[in-house]
Ligand binder design. Structure first.
Ligand code: FAD
Length: 288
């Protein structure tokens, strides 16, 4: 099923993100994880794409396994490190496997990357245009409530987002954020700029204080005082931090839903127990 059809239903959706293994030998472990995650019946499950593109087959394999569990798969695809030929070979594979949804991304620029003449893709909008040519896929893209780390300012960031949406996105999924005000401001900005596709809010449950340090370095997102205090108090106690992280993410989602944000994407970090406990905390809310 196309995610655009799911989003058109006007219902609350909670979807999950998973990542494939780094080595083929662990593919069955990841399949066991998604089987566990599927028990919470997410609206769809997205599968990330290794930045270098060398494990693209793993993404397709896991997306296929998601499909076989009766859950709609969303396959991520990056382009910065890929040729047009490589991208089209992945699109052929996805089509062959009946995978209808792609999250089209540029990918992070690898250290020492030179690009230059002969580079087929520079930004996500070019990949979106390439996928769009086939007229087969529902296409999502990434967005950044607290602006992409490479953008000089919000004006530039939102103009580039508008450009890629206009090329052919059906929905956008946000980078994680911990302060819902960032999402509400971003939503208003999108409305002003007539970015009218559904915005799926990405929520990362932080269950390990070390993990958040790395996440912040990579993502540009701010940490509210409330969450900083939780980390100061419980950061050294793994069980307490996990419980507090799950409750914080659950409260964040409830506040989003109370403010009319109906589409939530949980960055599960391949932890079915964490995703399950959040879903338990939302059970009556999702089925309201
Ligand atoms: P773009 O939309 O191309 O934007 C990147 C930067 O370029 C921005 O600063 C933008 O303002 C600027 N820009 C855009 N268009 C132009 C233009 N025409 N001229 C000049 N500047 C421009 N990474 C992975 O490797 N694998 C994954 O599976 C993956 N999944 C992700 C899922 C989500 C929901 C998100 C939010 C991110 C994900 N990422 C993933 C990370 C993503 O690849 C990086 O954030 C990357 O740096 C930007 O990708 P993008 O598609 O947003 O790029």
């Amino acid at each position: 099923m196309k995610i655009s059809e799911i989003l058109n239903n006007n219902k609350v959706t909670v979807s999950f993100e998973v990542f494939p293994p780094k080595e083929w030998a662990k593919i069955d472990d990841t399949k066991a994880i998604i089987t566990e995650l599927s028990k919470d019946r997410p609206a769809w499950m997205s599968v990330t794409y290794g930045a270098a593109g060398t494990t693209s087959g793993y993404t397709t394999e896991i997306a296929n396994a998601v499909k076989n569990l009766g859950i709609t798969p969303l396959s991520h695809l990056t382009c910065i490190n890929s040729s047009r030929e490589k991208v089209n070979s992945v699109l052929d594979e996805l089509e062959k496997n009946g995978i209808e949804n792609i999250l089209a991304l540029r990918g992070d620029i690898p250290q020492g990357f030179e690009g230059g003449a002969g580079q087929d893709f520079h930004n996500a909008y070019e990949l979106i245009a390439e996928i769009k040519k086939r007229n087969k896929f529902c296409i999502g893209g990434a967005c950044y409530p607290e602006i992409h780390p490479e953008s000089k300012n919000r004006v530039e960031d939102i103009a580039h987002l508008k450009e890629k949406v206009d090329v052919g996105l059906d929905f956008i999924t946000t980078q994680m954020f911990f302060d819902n005000e960032a999402l509400y401001n971003f939503r208003e900005m999108c409305a002003i700029k007539e970015i009218n596709v559904p915005i799926v809010a990405g929520i990362m449950p932080i269950t390990n204080a070390r993990q958040i340090k790395r996440s912040i370095e990579l993502s540009n997102c701010s940490i509210p005082k409330k969450f900083e205090r939780i980390m100061d108090r419980f950061g050294d106690n793994p069980d307490a931090m996990k419980q507090a992280g799950i409750v914080y993410a659950t409260e964040q989602i409830i506040d989003l839903m109370a403010n009319g944000v109906n589409n939530i994407h949980i960055y599960t970090m391949n932890k079915p127990d964490v995703a399950h406990r959040i879903m338990e905390g939302l059970s009556a809310i999702i089925n309201e």
